[in-house]
Design a protein around this ligand. Structure first.
Ligand SMILES: Cc1ncc(COP(=O)(O)O)c(C=O)c1O
Length: 390
């Protein structure tokens, strides 16, 4: 099978699949004409090898307790070695249901109640909840757009908050959702150096690792010295559009930290052993490289189309450069609309985007646009957005 533009152009109908992005939106809005450009999953069929793996499990005809272990970790290790040049050993891996589960477990295992955990907003909403929902203190070090519009870390601010003891750990998003940054080796090296200097665990969410469009993804674990302090969270869920199956991994080369997370998992009774999820994830990590390469090429086309269309037709909207992820961060502040008025106007134009405030107060005046869909859907959504933002 060829995973070319025509394959991804065809998309897949998701209505009636208990799909949050479509069915959830239609149920909440009552608008069956609304185009869903929100929740971070894609309107493409998952790779055929995943479907075959799931059919194989379906054919068992009975689904008792399932072994998860060596084969699953090996598939993950081989994928990361092949795609990202990162050497991981199965002994450094724990299986967890979701990446957000991993974020929360790591916070609980590596910090104490009351400790400050630093995040870099605007950032994925559950980062806030993973800290506050675990009786830890949220410490914010905002990202700032540089001259080229790319968001930057404020390392001096981060150091101040670590040095004063206000922050005892860092929760980091790499690549960054929603700012679309693929962090450079230099930036990651500086971050690791800071965390080592102050003995702060670094919890790094790399769920978007496979969507770096130019250059390569630098895993935190590829940075010198990171082994002592870093935990990396990853999944096949975003990459291969299998988030509904709920399977992720926690990778850590510091044995004591890994044990602390394992103990936290045991204490909470968190187990990953869903037969369908494990089979799909093994197939994704083993047999889907051609699908992923085709997808990335398609998304680059979508990104370039959207950038160009917005620049020409919605000049007051500032698009954040998209190094990585299929999630575009749009600054609509120049339109002077209140946040709810902005969202309501887009809804009236039958387009559903993510509210910038989901990513913290710094998202006021912003929206996030999901471009992981067939080009025709993106074209329609942008044309309808133009009626409000043009
Ligand atoms: C940065 C980031 N982490 C985690 C998740 C969610 O992952 P999971 O469904 O495995 O919890 C998302 C989904 O959009 C995300 O963008």
């Amino acid at each position: 099978m060829v995973f070319d533009k025509a394959y991804f152009d065809a998309g897949v109908c998701r209505v009636g699949t208990q799909c949050e992005k479509w069915d959830g939106m239609i149920a909440a809005s009552g608008d069956s004409e609304m185009i869903p450009m929100w929740v971070a999953d894609m309107d493409f069929p998952s790779a055929p090898a995943i479907r075959e793996a799931l059919s194989g499990v379906l054919d068992w005809g009975t689904w008792g307790y399932t072994i998860s272990g060596e084969a699953d970790a090996k598939a993950l290790c081989s994928f990361w070695a092949r795609r990202h040049g990162l050497a991981i050993e199965p002994a450094q891996v724990l299986m967890s249901p979701c990446v957000v589960t991993g974020l929360r477990l790591a916070v609980r295992a590596l910090t104490k109640p009351g400790d400050g955990v630093m995040i870099n907003p605007p950032v994925y909403g559950p980062f806030f909840g993973s800290v506050k929902g675990n009786e830890r203190t949220l410490v914010e070090s905002p990202l700032r757009p540089g001259e080229d519009g790319r968001y930057q870390l404020d390392l001096a601010d981060m150091e101040g908050k670590l040095a004063s003891g206000e922050a005892k750990a860092v929760m980091f998003c790499s690549p960054h959702n929603p700012c679309g940054r693929a962090w450079s080796r230099e930036e990651l090296t500086a971050l690791v150096a800071l965390c080592r200097k102050y003995g702060a665990p670094l919890i790094c969410d790399e769920i978007h690792a496979d969507f770096v469009f130019e250059g390569e993804h630098h895993s935190i674990l590829s940075i010198e010295g990171a082994d002592e302090i870093a935990v990396m969270l990853c999944a096949a869920s975003k990459t291969f559009n299998v988030a509904g199956l709920q399977q992720s991994s926690i990778v850590c080369r510091n044995a004591a930290m890994l044990e602390a997370i394992r103990a936290e998992m045991d204490g909470a009774g968190v187990k990953a052993g869903n037969a369908f999820a494990l089979a799909a994830t093994r197939a994704a990590y083993t047999d889907c490289d051609a699908w992923l390469d085709g997808l990335k090429a398609y998304l680059v086309g979508n990104r370039d189309y959207a950038m160009d269309y917005i620049a020409k037709n919605m000049p007051r909207v500032k698009v954040t450069p998209l190094d990585a992820t299929y999630l575009m961060w749009l600054d609509c502040r120049a339109l002077g609309l209140e946040q709810q008025a902005l969202l309501d106007a887009l809804a009236a134009a039958h387009v559903k985007v993510n509210d910038g405030l989901f990513f913290g107060e710094l998202g006021r005046g912003f929206i996030r646009l999901n471009i992981g869909c067939p080009r025709s859907q993106l074209e329609r959504a942008l044309a309808q957005m133009k009626t409000v933002l043009g």
